[in-house]
Write a protein of this length. Structure first.
Length: 370
């Protein structure tokens, strides 16, 4: 029968992701609107975001964190354009965004001595193939495949090259071994449900050393330049951004960070995401017509949960449209390059009770269209 209980929040997009429970625009009342981001109050607000983020994540004291333009894409390309070149590069590809990084490396930067390790959607490449005399480039969580790196055991502490990790749909939801990651990037719009267009770049001391000792042979766009004279542009990591940020979006990010503190910090966020994944694990176990796209349980994402159905592509599309028209699940179709199926965002800003409600609607919709 058609369910009667709808999710209170039907927003399951994988980016921009759902706002945190109880969110209200009144959270933005402290925004210094109409003020320069380089004014004392503007820099103080940006520095607050940087300092609070480092505290919540528990980053090592010698890691630098800066707010940069163009979301996670800008942050990761900023790192690749600035750091890659002195060593060979190993790139691991198993979904759309990691494929994009491999294209940047091979076709835009046109680096030599590049090895690309690929796996199909639902699978993970053999990470033991990495040569850590090279720089190693990978996403921690495949946002479009629902496949994550299970741990950092494959990364040695005594590596010669750098590790560049796109962590945009993993950080704040998964336990990342910071000491094994030299570059970490993410955007505000993912696990914290912030606004789009701003990225965060985190550098280890080893990454900073590379940055200061290496000058890439290609032209460097202004928004990628992290050096000032012979040294690091320290202002980036203290609140003086390269280009003009949105102070309104920054205030929104600060509101999300305050919410994080109210739910138990980083541990609380990971607990919420794990509980959301558990809803799907119970549902999949009880129904033969649905399964995770991730083939191995240890690689299942607890944020971008991707599911495959026993339906042809046109029926899957009908199902997604039906859920949308009923107002119970928005933006839950699989990514355009992924196999036909569903993708439900299950990061910490999503309530498990809403996922419990939507599974009943999913079962009803499946029976309607099959």
């Amino acid at each position: 029968m058609k369910p009667t209980v709808k999710p209170k929040n039907p927003n399951f997009s994988s980016g921009p992701c759902s706002k945190f429970p109880g969110y209200c625009v009144d959270e933005l009342r402290g925004t210094p609107l109409g003020r320069s981001h380089r004014s004392a109050i503007g820099k103080a607000k940006l520095a607050e975001s940087i300092d609070k983020t480092k505290q919540i994540l528990g980053l090592p004291a010698d890691y630098r964190l800066g707010i940069v333009p163009a979301s996670d894409t800008g942050a990761f390309e900023m790192a690749m354009w600035s750091l890659l070149g002195p060593r060979g590069v190993d790139v691991f590809v198993w979904e759309s965004f990691s494929k994009g990084w491999s294209v940047d490396i091979t076709q835009q930067l046109k680096l030599e001595n590049v090895r690309v390790f690929k796996a199909e959607y639902g699978q993970l490449p053999d990470l033991s193939d990495a040569d850590f005399n090279n720089d190693v480039v990978f996403t921690w969580n495949g946002t479009t495949s629902g496949v994550k790196v299970p741990n950092g055991d494959w990364i040695p502490d005594d590596r010669a090259g750098l590790t560049l990790c796109d962590a945009t749909s993993a950080i704040f939801a998964m336990d990342l071994p910071y000491e094994k990651l030299d570059v970490i990037t993410y955007s505000w719009q993912k696990v914290l449900g912030g606004e789009a267009a701003h990225g965060v770049l985190i550098l280890s001391p080893r990454a900073v050393e590379r940055l200061l000792s290496y000058d890439p042979p290609w032209p460097m766009p202004k928004i990628f330049r992290m050096k000032k004279g012979d040294g690091l542009n320290e202002g980036i990591f203290k609140g003086s951004t390269i280009n003009t940020p949105s102070m309104l979006a920054n205030e929104d990010y600060l509101a999300a960070l305050r919410w994080v503190e109210s739910v138990g910090g980083l541990a609380g966020l990971m607990k919420r995401s794990d509980a959301n994944l558990a809803v799907w694990e119970r549902f999949v176990a009880a129904h033969s017509w649905i399964d995770f796209l991730a083939e191995k349980p240890e690689t299942r994402s607890n944020t971008s949960v991707c599911l495959k159905l026993g339906l042809p592509a046109d029926k899957v599309k009908q199902l997604v449209q039906l859920l949308d028209s009923e107002g119970v699940a928005y933006d839950c179709g699989s990514y355009r390059d992924a196999p036909p199926g569903l993708r439900f965002w299950c990061g910490a800003t999503v309530e498990a009770s809403d996922l419990e409600a939507v599974t009943a609607w999913l079962e009803w919709a499946y029976n309607e269209v099959k």
